[in-house]
Design a protein around this ligand. Structure first.
Ligand code: GLC
Length: 473
């Protein structure tokens, strides 16, 4: 099968979050199974120079953005067995940063249209276009309204994946005519709650909708999780499903990882993990000693459950936990962690910002990994932590629920709690601490956690099944 995987970011070319990890690893896994999955992303300014130098120009074309005619360069490269295409336009993408500009609607409308136009000029005809998140949502809308009857565009199926339903691409109605250039008689595809909602457009126009865990696929039918889109999704349930993400187990490999102080593997982790923990404590200025170190690697935003952590934090410090925190985001949480680090300098460390090396050292050196999200479409951090033998403590939601099972039951690989409540979270942490103090049992648990398979092996197979079922439909 030929699949064109479209996203606004992909590791290593452009990355700001989990989406980049997925678009940087799923296509390669699909290709290993004998398909041709190619990736297209915008060409942003801030690409590492060596990667930028590896791109070859293919051609340049003109793309309509309503009444405007815009330049569009197309570049290409092969990376990790995957052909990548890059959509170039200085005006739209030659800026510092990827999102958050006043004209994001126009920038990604251009991108979506350019992806379809590009198909006229490359020697690749996709059977499926797999678009991801609101930035690419217009592709299926354009396909159904303007392209499907054009020569060379027949019989392309559209899959749209939701990585986070909170970001929908919502704008005033004028953009349909002014920016998208979609005929007004098709505008009902995009309209929702008196706004243009690009994600909703994809829900209407794509042949299938998927999301990044089975549990999240259910949860987003509920207003508590859906940020307003539950009403439309309930109608589109027949084409909605969830597939748990995987992680790139070659990048995240405690046996080979050059970024961590000592390598280790399941079955013989004790020595290596101990060195990683000691080095982590020393690097972060935390006191030595055997008490459990809790790692937190996250964006500082409310839906990551930081208010629960904030509420119970000092009690946890009193009860003997140490904390290694890294992340950035809302000031209220940055200030909070900084204050805690000032108050308990030898027990709490916070790194504001995102330093991948430090994050990796926390994954490897911490004993437990805390992720009490309010909602979590999939979550990759808990899987990475587990790969490094760091036991997750999570709330049972979305992909956290699908990847972590509580140790109180069979095949437990972590500690979980259900209700969004700080004391329920504390209780899960205390159960983890109790097991941690039983060194023999803890060692067994860490080995088991490390053996859990979060590679793309089985998830890529599920995507292939979904692709196949699309072509059969
Ligand atoms: C988004 C979600 C996260 C998911 C990632 C990749 O960032 O918030 O839960 O793991 O996308 O799908």
């Amino acid at each position: 099968m030929n699949i064109l995987y479209v996203a606004s970011e992909a590791t290593p070319f452009a990355a700001s979050g989990g989406l980049a990890d997925v678009s940087g690893s799923l296509p390669a896994a699909v290709n290993k199974k004998g398909h041709d999955c190619r990736v297209v992303i915008p060409l942003y300014k801030n690409m590492k120079p060596d990667l930028r130098a590896s791109l070859t120009p293919l051609t340049s074309i003109t793309v309509d953005v309503a009444w405007r005619k815009q330049y569009c360069g197309i570049l290409t490269t092969i990376y990790n067995g995957v052909v990548y295409y890059f959509i170039d336009n200085e005006y739209y993408f030659g800026r510092d940063g990827m999102y958050g500009f006043y004209d994001d609607c126009e920038r990604f409308t251009f991108f979506s249209r350019a992806v379809l136009e590009m198909l006229r000029y490359i020697d690749f005809k996709p059977d499926i276009i797999h678009a991801n998140d609101w930035q690419t949502a217009l592709i299926s809308v354009y396909y159904q309204t303007l392209y499907r009857y054009q020569q060379g565009f027949d019989n392309i199926k559209n899959l749209f994946t939701i990585h986070n339903i909170q970001y929908q691409g919502k704008y005033g109605t004028e953009v349909v005519n002014e920016i998208m250039g979609i005929p007004m008689y098709h505008s009902d595809l995009l309209m929702y709650d008196d706004c243009v909602n690009m994600m909703k457009g994809a829900f209407e126009a794509a042949d299938r909708i998927s999301t990044v865990s089975p549990s999240y696929a259910h949860e987003i039918l509920d207003p508590w999780y859906a940020y307003g889109l539950d009403r439309i999704l309930i109608n589109k349930q027949y084409k909605l499903s969830g597939i748990l993400n995987g992680i790139d187990t070659n990048i995240y490999d405690p046996e080979k990882d050059p970024l961590i102080p000592a390598n280790f593997k399941a079955g013989s982790h004790v020595k290596g993990k101990k060195i990683c923990k000691e080095k982590l404590l020393a690097d972060l200025g935390l006191c030595e000693g055997d008490e459990p170190v809790v790692g937190i690697v996250t964006r500082f935003v409310a839906h990551k459950g930081l208010d629960l952590i904030k509420y119970i934090f000092e009690e946890m410090v009193d009860r003997g936990f140490k904390f290694a925190v890294i992340g950035n985001g809302e000031k209220i949480f940055e200030d909070f962690f900084e204050e805690m680090a000032r108050r308990y300098p030898d027990r709490v460390s916070v790194t504001i910002g995102f330093v991948p090396e430090t994050a990796r050292k926390i994954y490897a050196g911490a004993d437990m990994f805390l992720m009490p999200s309010q909602n979590e479409p999939c979550g990759l951090a808990q899987m990475i932590a587990m790969r490094y033998g760091t036991v997750p403590i999570v709330r049972e939601t979305g992909g956290l629920r699908d990847s972590v099972k509580d140790c109180g039951g069979e095949n437990g690989n972590g500690f979980t709690f259900k209700t969004y409540n700080a004391h329920d979270m504390l209780n899960a942490c205390l159960r983890a601490q109790a097991l941690y103090n039983d060194k023999k049992e803890w060692k067994k648990l860490v080995d088991f956690v490390m053996k859990c398979d979060f590679s793309w092996e089985s998830s890529s197979e599920k995507y292939i099944e979904l692709y196949k079922s699309l072509l059969g439909s």
